[in-house]
Design a protein around this ligand. Sequence first.
Ligand SMILES: Cc1ncc(COP(=O)(O)O)c(C=O)c1O
Length: 433
Amino acid sequence: MAQYPEDVQKMLGVLLEHNEWRRRQTINLIAAENVMSPLAELVYLNDLMGRYAEGSVGRRYYRGTRYVDLLEEALSKSFAEILGAKYVDVRPISGTIANLATYYGLAPEGGTIASLPTRAGGHISHNQVGGPKALKFKVLELPWDPDAFNIDVDKARRLIEENRPNIVILGGSLYLFPHPIKEISEAAHAVSSYVLHDSAHVFGLVVGGKFPNPLREGADVTTSSTHKTFPGPQGGLIASALEGEVNESIARGVFPVFTSNYHMHRYAATYVTLAEMRQFGAQYAEQIVRNAKALAEALHANGFDVVAEHLGFTQTHQVAVDVSKLGGGEAVSKLLEDANIIVNKNMLPWDKSAVKPSGIRLGVQEVTRWGMREGDMAEIAGFFKELLIDGKEPGQVRRKVVEFRSQFLEVKYGYGVDGELARRLLGSMGLTL
Ligand SMILES: Cc1ncc(COP(=O)(O)O)c(C=O)c1O
């Protein structure tokens, strides 16, 4: 690296250290993250990272987009087939943008939406702290049933009948059990409200067949990120079961309202990921749910206050742990990071303040991709116990974590890279090694 200026060398060093730490030395349990397959990562590096294609397939404002059209069309078509959607838009660059564009298409400025508050799993983009404020929406809170750890269906029905919101938003960031999409959709449709299911967290489980497909359950639209349980590059999508004009309004929400460039270098990698999910998705999704249950059970057996024991803990990739007796989410997540276990602090439905969340949220989708299985979840739960209950030094636990992690350095459930292809792809960019 000596040929580069000193500050650049320093920055490159930081990047190399980051890669080594997060890819090879840490157990990543952030429920919103994942790693792509080697092939998807290779094709992510392409010329489209510097291009524009404003507009939509066949109707671009820029020239030079003939191959973009092929990629965008093939990707949208494949998602539409797999989800049974009438319209798919893969241009949103993130789940948040997908949500905002959909709101724009389905509700007038100043309209009303009903959604869960963040403490009960609603995402910030479903609430007044996020995009709905910018669209001047009135936000109604969907009622929560603490015993069912889910939306209270009867109360929600009444709220929808009385207030006739433009959109009812289901799905969430803390999402242990499928929301009652069917029941809420019936109530919403009876008063001409739209139902949007935000599948960002569970999209890989939907595609892998381990979580109900929201469009088949009655939701009008589902939005998602393409990089959480669905292990593609960071991006977003909208899939609509609606027909006609309204999809054009949603499309206008994507362009020109909320984006003008779509980060199109992700399309090929997203396509590769979708093909991998068609081939390996059922196996991957099945293992995720098994691992989540195994982790929850092992943590519970080790003395942790794992949320929703009476419901079997979880039906997704997530596990929620109430760590208020251990110092709260902030302190516990910091201690875990010191031992190379990466998690986030999280509000739980009974929390009063977002500043001091009492929980941590764990997701097993990435460790599943690194090849971990139920027995490995018990080992991870053991590290939690040594650190947080037995009070061992973080450095001592960290050494064990690094050794444990070194057994899992290859991404499963995806395609590898063939050397000839790598040379051709890099060569097509003018990059020779
Ligand atoms: C339920 C939900 N929706 C949307 C998003 C936003 O997705 P993105 O980060 O792709 O904008 C998140 C992010 O974690 C989420 O949890």
